[in-house]
Write a protein that binds this ligand. Structure first.
Ligand SMILES: Cc1ncc(COP(=O)(O)O)c(C=O)c1O
Length: 436
């Protein structure tokens, strides 16, 4: 049987190997916390659109990075950031019109009830705050998460990120449920997932902790990408809300138009989050993230606890964020994600039908997961083969990573500006790596 794998270790350089040249220099500087992709890491020097360029001049098609979502070094984002940093950069203790302009543009994309936004510097900070707000509002202490979830790196959020815990199970206030896929729930994903959530809440009650929130990535990225059928989240979310818990939609990965049919991942499920957290693509690489909540929920939290974030929501971040929203709109990137993503998915399904080691293709828009399996055993995930495919794709000039409980799901998250020709390039490299 395949063993569960931790997300940061999938096809990563192993620090215990030591290294020479730039790798040794990195290890000297960053030590044990250094995480490098590939067993033979790549030194990058520049990037534009969907392409990254290594120091030796090799160009790589980037199917891994969901942060530079409107394209690496997008000129509008670069110009907006450059202009603002040359004019004014300060924290949020002064009135700066551009900050409110950005927040109003962002809120136009969010449910009207979530009309207060706290800007932070990382998705981890956003989830940390969301969890604390949920505890305050619900009066309960527990969280339900999926079993291979990743939500960030603060102490509180790491406890709710089973994929980051190397030696221990989550603490008593965190109960996990299997990811919403066929493997766990068969054909009734909505019903099975809701039953699992109810059982997890009952467990938290039995422990005397209660449920503060269901914290769920709306496309279950590190669990292996589970998007379908649209709407499957609804019974689970309603069960949590009916019991007095909050639903925190972690949009750090699926947000900002990536899933194509909707701007946010949760919207595909027709659910109403109590809190939305966001990050990664929000500033196209400029570090920014945020939490949107109901004013009364945020007020309840702030009555007991002060919250200030020195860099969160600074004018440069807001300039980057506004440029990102504008580019998504002007360049029709949500529509592009849907169109190019749908064609890519069907091309991959066509390859899967001919490739015995491709077990399944899942996802929405330009966020796809491809399960790889042992020869002639579609039910047996194969992490070693996945690493082999990732390395073969790299040799073919394509960057891609893995996710999922067993590290046997390729996760495809190219920039939303991906052209059909670039998608075809990926498909060709993938076919070369998996077809017998
Ligand atoms: C779903 C999800 N939530 C939260 C985070 C944390 O974001 P950050 O790394 O910006 O702290 C991540 C990071 O990978 C993530 O994938």
């Amino acid at each position: 049987m395949s063993e569960p794998r931790r997300i940061l270790e999938m096809n990563a350089f192993d620090n215990r190997q030591g290294g020479a040249g730039p790798v040794a220099r990195r290890l000297d500087n960053l030590g044990a916390a250094s995480v490098l992709f590939y067993r033979a890491p790549i030194e990058m020097v520049s990037a534009q659109g969907a392409w990254m360029v290594a120091v030796d001049g090799t160009r790589y098609l980037d199917f891994y990075n969901n942060v530079p979502s409107v394209g690496h070094s997008h000129p509008e984002v670069v110009a907006a950031v450059s202009r603002q940093i040359a004019t004014l950069n300060t924290h949020t203790r002064y009135l700066v019109a551009g900050v409110d302009t950005y927040l109003e543009a962002l809120k136009a994309r969010l449910p009207s009830a979530l009309s207060n936004v706290v800007l932070t510097c990382s998705g981890s900070e956003a989830n940390d705050l969301a969890m604390r707000v949920a505890r305050q509002v619900s009066g309960a202490g527990g969280f339900v998460v999926t079993e291979t979830a990743y939500h960030g790196n603060t102490a509180l959020v790491t406890e709710a990120s089973p994929s980051a815990l190397k030696r221990t199970a989550p603490p008593a206030h965190v109960v996990t449920v299997p990811a919403p896929g066929r493997e766990a729930y068969g054909d009734d994903i909505a019903g099975g997932f809701a039953r699992a959530i109810r059982a997890a809440m009952a467990e938290l009650d039995a422990r005397g902790i209660g449920t503060a929130a269901l914290l769920a990535d709306s496309i279950f990225s590190s669990d292996g990408i589970f998007a379908d059928p649209p709407g499957f989240l609804r019974p689970a979310v309603e069960a949590v809300q009916a019991a007095g818990g909050l639903y925190i939609a972690d949009e750090v990965q699926p947000g900002f138009a990536r899933t194509g049919s909707a701007f946010w991942g949760y919207a595909r499920h027709g659910v109403a989050p109590d809190i939305v957290t966001m990050g990664k693509p929000m500033g196209n690489g400029f570090p920014m993230a945020g939490m949107a909540a109901r004013p009364e929920h945020l007020a309840a939290f702030c009555e007991d606890t002060g919250y200030f974030n020195t860099f969160g929501g600074n004018p440069v971040a807001c300039a980057a964020g506004l440029a990102v929203l504008r580019v998504i709109e002007e360049e029709g990137l949500q529509d592009n994600a849907q169109r190019v993503g749908a064609r890519l998915k069907s091309d991959l399904e066509e390859i899967a039908a001919r490739a015995p080691r491709v077990a399944a293709v899942r996802g929405a828009g330009l966020f796809l997961g491809v399960d790889l399996c042992a020869p002639d055993a579609p039910g047996t995930p194969d992490a070693a083969f996945t690493v082999q495919v990732i390395d073969a794709m790299r040799d073919a000039g394509v960057l891609i990573g893995a996710a999922g409980r067993y590290g046997a799901t390729l996760k495809l998250r190219p920039p939303l500006c991906l052209s059909q020709a670039e998608a075809d390039r990926f498909t060709e490299a993938f076919a070369g790596a998996v077809l017998p």
